[in-house]
Design a protein around this ligand. Structure first.
Ligand code: ADP
Length: 469
């Protein structure tokens, strides 16, 4: 099917990343325009003083004021434009702002010498910006209108129908060397169409490549999800016979079927312990697969302070039985709220806090600090436990990785907890890092601290949609 030339939204831009980068470019143009208005005003006021050139100061200042005025309106409008293609979308906005700029530039060109203006080349700059955003046919139409206006204006100036303005008081070329000016005009027109063609071809190719990459990434994600689903079903099926074996072992160890010889009791205890470890591994794999499979987050306003207290309440016995002191601190005057998936946030923090407990010797300390700064919340989970050797720190978030010290000390642990934590934090657009020794370090207890940074409000991917990982 032949593409319609005047469609503002051709098929090749129908992918989310295009609309996100369009929003960025539109915003960038609005910010840039404040500078342009200031430079124009500076030129109108400064050229006579600094360059000793007479210019149409008042009318040019009026153009600068007009640019500022429409830019303020555009700036306000910018906040309301949806990222996805609605009735009025980013491309309409881009078309409006680029057209307004061309009109302002044409008036400025007229006042600064028309076809003789040294600012003539700025048209090329505008065409390139337009071609990076808008379809080629639309920019060609804008060029054609601009060229027609310039041509007609020049002809009317040449015939004396409208006045000819110049910068400085030089004898103007329009009356003495019209052919020279016609030549430069033709070169300029050629340059405008060529710039549009080249810039648009390059940007279209780049968008198409980005789209192909996005698709490839999505296909990879789908393949990863299919794998996770397969792992989940296999692992889930393994859980049932292991759970049954634990139940039988428990019944035997509880002497339900009669007394047990101590030499049988001990290996049975060990088997039960190993099977319980297998169940923990299965549960971790299931949890991780579930986190990986959940494409979108269901977010709500969550009381972070409360979640941490809830986690501690559920682990209180574990902490008191090892006599580990658990303290919390925050710089916020009231409870801290963030936008998050409550279940996943609790799962991630519970993993960090239970690790702090697990890898800290009796009589130790675990501290959770919550610091609110700007749009972010910083959570630190620190302990004075066994620590993590420096050379192993870079591998700590890898699947199944356990440090050499922890492997020596305990057989418990799957090495999947931190993978789950990092996956969740990334889905929430946050980050995690660690330090060891921690600030709680003391003799023989280096300790570890995990630092989580989370946005308090999730970045706006597209209004009305759930944030995606
Ligand atoms: P698990 O604790 O089940 O082994 P994790 O993924 O939660 O798995 O942790 C991975 C490894 O990181 C642990 O085995 C341990 O070696 C190390 N680790 C995690 N948290 C701490 C901590 N607070 N102090 C010391 N080592 C830790």
């Amino acid at each position: 099917m032949r593409a319609k030339p005047f469609v503002l939204t051709p098929q090749w831009i129908m992918f989310d990343e295009f609309w996100i980068s369009l929003k960025r470019r539109n915003r960038w143009l609005v910010y840039l325009r404040y500078g342009a208005a200031a430079m124009l005003a500076g030129f109108a006021a400064g050229a006579p003083l600094a360059l000793h050139l007479r210019v149409e100061t008042v009318p040019i200042l009026m153009i600068a004021a007009a640019i500022l005025a429409y830019n303020l309106v555009l700036h306000r409008l910018l906040q309301t434009i949806p990222t996805t293609h609605a009735r009025f979308h980013g491309l309409h906005f881009a078309l409006i702002q680029i057209s307004l700029d061309i009109v302002a530039l044409l008036v400025f060109l007229y006042l600064s010498g028309g076809i003789e203006s040294p600012f003539f080349v700025l048209l090329i700059f505008h065409v390139i910006i337009g071609s990076l955003i808008l379809p080629r046919a639309i920019v060609s139409t804008i060029i054609t209108i601009a060229v027609a206006v310039m041509g007609t204006g020049t002809f009317m100036e040449f015939r004396g129908i409208i006045p000819h303005y110049t910068i400085g008081d030089f004898p103007h070329l329009l009356s003495s060397h019209p052919n020279y000016l016609v030549l430069s005009f033709v070169v300029m027109v050629f340059a405008l169409y060529m710039s549009n063609y080249l810039a648009n071809s390059i940007s279209k190719e780049l968008y198409q490549r980005e789209r192909a990459l996005t698709q490839a990434y999505k296909d990879l994600e789908d393949a990863e999800k299919a794998k996770s689903r397969y792992v989940m079903s296999v692992v889930h099926d393994l859980k049932t016979p292991i759970a049954a074996a634990i139940t039988y072992l428990t019944l035997i160890l509880d002497k339900t079927f009669g007394p047990l010889k101590p030499e049988i009791e001990r290996p049975l205890e060990r088997s039960k312990h190993r099977l319980a470890g297998a169940i923990k591994l299965i549960n971790d794999i299931l949890e991780l697969s579930q986190v990986r499979l959940s494409g979108g987050l269901t977010t709500e306003k969550v009381n972070l302070t409360e979640i941490i207290h809830e986690i501690y309440d559920e682990m209180r016995i574990m902490f008191t039985s090892k006599n580990i002191r658990f303290t919390t601190w925050t710089n916020a005057a009231e409870d801290v709220y963030i936008e998050a998936d409550p279940k996943l946030l609790k799962l991630a923090l519970a993993n960090l806090i239970s690790n702090a407990h697990k890898y800290t010797d009796p009589e130790g300390n675990v501290e959770v600090h919550i610091k609110v700064k700007g749009d972010f919340v910083f959570i630190e989970v620190a302990d004075d436990g066994i620590g993590i050797p420096e050379q192993e720190q870079s591998r700590i978030f890898e699947d199944f990785f356990r440090t050499s010290i922890s492997k020596k000390r305990t057989t418990e642990g799957t090495g999947l907890g931190l993978t789950i934590v990092r996956q969740i934090i990334q889905q929430m657009h946050g980050s995690i890092r660690l330090e060891s020794p921690s600030r709680l370090a003391r003799e023989g207890r280096p300790g570890t601290a995990f630092f989580v940074t989370l946005p308090r409000i999730l970045p706006d991917i597209s209004p009305g949609e759930t944030a995606k990982a």
